[in-house]
Design a binder for this molecule. Structure first.
Ligand code: ZN
Length: 368
């Protein structure tokens, strides 16, 4: 890998370069909603300054400031016992420790990759693919995307796409916006570049990042996770139709890795099966190009997953209006029955986590 051809680390790449200009020209800008760029938070780097509560532009469907989930956002696994295991912000020196542990447990996860880190640890990425893990996009400099101009968003995504493709041969399909910071302007630009947005299940941010900032002790994080896991169990036993969670963790330090090693068995003890997002969403084509996962990848899931997984996996609070047109947006074969089932579990999940959700959304605003 020739590091000299890529942008400077941890800075939003130049939008005037010929390469970025070419990428910008591929977007149909008439389809991108005219939503203003969010101002930067004065104290939290890269994070937007949210308007006063209740004064957010509703049409923007701003997740990080208003908690709005669009129908196209992936926030859950469609099967109730599936647990989407995701690690953000790597690769880092601690990543191999997590990979080793997952390998021993015969598990695979989705790693949302920061492009700047690939410059430092390209070999880790290659080994992740070889070991059957699934890779997703987490931007070049980890900026809050609503705080960037349209052109800056393209630069952040496409340079990361390029470096990951150069290293692995794979073109990402799933993107997790840093801090979950997205709105309908960001979503449309990402969609046109071929990306599906993944947030996480409300209440299932493990808050491991707060440990890194010395805001909480590990014991508290573990207790919170136990409480949330208990709730999913009770919801499933009552309705039989709950969705599975997607958790947020970080492969940033040995501390977060050690924590994750403790959380995995807690979920497994309650019947949750940890897996990468391709498996959780029953997606056999989890990349735009370059395709398949290695050992332990999507095709090894044995629960009869079907091609409607993506349609059922997308949604959230907005889907509280049953009978919307979401089923028409899914791939062919997503019939009314499975769609209805999905919506039901999506709604229940949102309601069940409303209490913890508010706190989680608030804390996520400061997430690394
Ligand atoms: Zn992140």
């Amino acid at each position: 890998m020739n590091a000299a051809i890529y942008p400077i680390k941890d800075v939003t790449p130049d939008v005037n370069s010929p390469q970025v200009q070419a990428w910008i020209s591929e977007i149909d800008w008439s389809k991108v909603p005219n939503i203003p760029v969010a101002p930067q938070h004065p104290e939290v780097k890269h994070f937007p300054l949210c308007p006063p509560q209740g004064q957010e532009n509703k049409a923007a469907c701003w997740w990080s400031c208003a908690g709005c989930v669009a129908k196209t956002d992936v926030v859950t696994c469609p099967d109730s016992n599936s647990w989407g295991l995701t690690y953000d912000d790597g690769p880092s020196p601690a990543t191999r420790s997590m990979m080793q542990h997952l390998s021993e447990k015969q598990l695979t996860a989705t790693f949302f990759i920061v492009g700047s880190r690939v410059l430092e640890y390209p070999d880790i990425l290659r080994d992740q693919v070889a070991q059957g893990h699934h890779l997703g996009m987490h931007t070049w400099s980890h900026a809050g995307l609503t705080t960037l101009t349209n052109h800056q968003i393209v630069a952040e995504i496409k340079w990361t796409e390029k470096i990951i493709r150069d290293v692995t041969g794979l073109t990402m399909k799933y993107v997790r916006p840093p801090y979950g910071d997205t709105d309908n302007r960001v979503r449309e630009i990402l969609r046109q570049m071929g990306y599906t947005t993944v947030i996480w299940t409300v209440g299932w941010d493990t808050n491991d990042w707060r440990m890194l900032q010395h805001q909480v002790q590990e014991a508290e994080v573990i207790q919170n996770f136990k409480n949330v896991v208990e709730r999913v169990q009770s919801i499933r036993s009552q309705s039989g139709k709950a969705c599975g969670p997607i958790t947020l963790e970080h492969d940033l330090s040995e501390d977060t890795i050690q924590l994750s090693k403790k959380l995995i068995p807690l979920g497994q003890a309650k019947g949750l099966k940890p897996m990468n997002l391709a498996m959780c969403l029953n997606d056999n084509t989890p990349y735009q190009h370059g395709s398949k996962l290695g050992p332990g990848g999507a095709k090894q899931k044995s629960n009869g997953g079907d091609s409607t997984g993506m349609a059922r996996g997308m949604a959230g609070m907005e889907d509280a209006d049953f009978g919307s047109d979401a089923s028409s947006k899914g791939p062919s074969g997503s019939g009314a029955t499975s769609e209805g089932r999905w919506k039901l579990c999506g709604l229940k999940l949102v309601m069940a986590y409303a209490a913890v959700g508010l706190a989680a959304v608030a804390s996520a605003m400061l997430s690394v």
